[in-house]
Ligand binder design. Structure first.
Ligand SMILES: Cc1cc2nc3c(=O)[nH]c(=O)nc-3n(C[C@H](O)[C@H](O)[C@H](O)COP(=O)(O)OP(=O)(O)OC[C@H]3O[C@@H](n4cnc5c(N)ncnc54)[C@H](O)[C@@H]3O)c2cc1C
Length: 423
């Protein structure tokens, strides 16, 4: 047991793209920085994403996940960042605005005191139990991420003939990957009327490989004892409930789920970080500081991002702010959205922030053509911007300069979207 207290300015939990960017940026700002990762290798989920398409915004190149992660990992030896792998943060206590971490490592338990804490713990996938698929939970029901891990890391094909439920990006990518590896993907089934993944993934992963997409359908039951033998597919009504009489049985040996990601925030909750029910991540200001002073959040732990490039950006934002040694009093103003948006991040603005430009990320709640975004405070309109197309799977990044006069008073900022009406 090694319980001597070690002290750092900034400690980052999670070494996926968000945590790597946060730690490198905190170090660049001169902070004594610790990066903690529970797995043996750095890179987070990118280690298993061997397809290309990462880094288009940041580098103008189509990199694979490991290549993208390597751009950050290769900078670590020349930095001052202390890296602990195979180290799991099992608990956090707060004393004033400092955080005390309990970390389980190969050398035993370690204790860390840190002035700033950055939560970069990523997200996890929803499972069959969370979406209420009936039947025995026999072998052969995988989340798409687990199927990706089997295929790309372990080199083992988890299925010969499968059904994919949900059209999230990981499911679309796995439909293509399993097909390339010789499995038969009977189809991708999606309860909603439109796919949940990026348009480019629908086109490149399904259409290019003749894999059918069935919308308005769900898996209502699974069959099998030791191993899955078939699934029951049914059409759904407007409330997403299976319609009796539409059932169809499809023989297969695996059901692969791509039904949503949930930010991993158990540690955040254990210290009372307030979460946003819309994103399921922390409520943050424009520097990604949560409502607990000295605690920051970034990447998919903050909200599920569509592109890794934005994950790295949010890590850098958090790392830079976490490294700051001063703790200025914040004057937080709420940022809200109505039902035309799924969410907006950050959910607070610090009126006292040094920089006038703030970067917002949002998603529309429905497909919209020729949409008008307005940002207002009461009767005052701060921004009107047109978008040719908005789709919920595609996250939007909006830089917005706001003067201190525009932020005077207590009124919240309101984001609203409207589709142009066609005469
Ligand atoms: C299964 C899965 C597959 C994905 N596949 C794709 C894809 O194919 N294409 C794509 O564009 N995007 C994909 N994504 C989205 C992808 O997650 C993001 O683009 C990006 O990797 C998120 O980065 P992150 O650093 O926030 O999280 P992650 O990459 O998930 O990294 C979080 C890290 O935190 C560590 N951690 C968590 N808790 C602790 C703790 N208590 N102590 C220590 N370490 C901890 C984890 O081990 C992990 O390494 C996928 C996501 C998932 C969940």
């Amino acid at each position: 047991m090694n319980t001597d207290l070690q002290t750092f300015d900034v400690t980052v939990i999670g070494a996926g793209p968000a945590g790597l960017a946060a730690a490198l940026e905190a170090d660049r700002q001169g902070a004594k920085t610790l990066l903690i990762e529970r797995e043996a290798r750095l890179g987070g989920i990118l280690k298993q994403c061997i397809h290309d398409g990462f880094g288009i915004v940041r580098y103008g190149e189509k990199l694979s996940g490991p290549e993208y992660a390597e751009r950050f990992i290769e900078r670590l030896p020349d930095s001052g960042v202390t890296v602990w792998t195979l180290s799991f943060v099992s608990g956090i206590e707060r004393v004033g605005t400092d955080s005390f971490l309990t970390v389980i490592t190969r050398e035993g338990m370690k204790r860390v005191r840190t002035r700033s804490l950055v939560l970069a713990t990523g997200c996890r996938e929803r499972t069959s139990r969370q979406i209420g698929v009936h039947g025995r939970h026999c072998a052969g029901v995988f989340t798409a991420g687990t199927a990706q891990y089997y295929t790309n890391i372990l080199g083992k094909l988890p299925t010969k003939r499968c059904v994919i439920l949900g059209s999230g990006d990981i499911g679309l990518i796995m439909a293509r990957r399993l097909t390339i590896e010789g499995a038969e993907v009977v189809g991708v089934y999606e309860a909603k009327p439109t796919p949940s993944g990026l348009t480019r993934n629908v086109s490149q992963c399904l259409w290019d490989f003749d894999i059918p997409l069935h919308t308005g359908k769900t898996v209502s039951r699974v069959f099998g004892d030791a191993r899955l033998t078939a699934v029951e597919i049914a059409s759904v009504d407007g409330c997403m409930c299976p319609i009796a009489g539409t059932e169809e049985i499809i023989p297969c040996d695996a059901l692969i789920l791509s039904v949503g990601l949930i930010p991993e925030n158990e540690l955040a909750q254990s210290i009372g970080v307030p979460l946003d029910p819309k994103t399921k991540g922390a409520i943050v200001d424009e520097r990604n500081e949560t409502l607990l002073q000295g605690v920051f959040a970034c990447g998919n732990a903050l909200h599920v991002n569509d592109l890794v490039d934005y994950v790295s950006e949010s890590g850098e934002t958090a790392g830079k702010a976490a490294a700051g040694s001063d703790r200025p009093e914040r004057e937080l103003l709420p940022v809200e959205c109505d039902q035309s948006l799924l969410y907006v991040v950050p959910q607070r603005l610090d009126k006292a922030a040094a920089e006038s430009e703030r970067v917002f990320f949002f998603r529309s709640s429905a497909d919209m053509d020729n949409a008008l975004l307005t940002v207002s405070r009461g009767e005052t309109r701060l921004l009107s911007k047109r978008y040719a197309h908005l789709r919920p799977p595609e996250m939007e990044r909006l830089p917005l300069a706001l003067s201190s006069e525009q932020l005077a008073g207590e009124e919240p900022l309101l984001f609203h979207l409207e589709e142009a009406t066609h005469a």
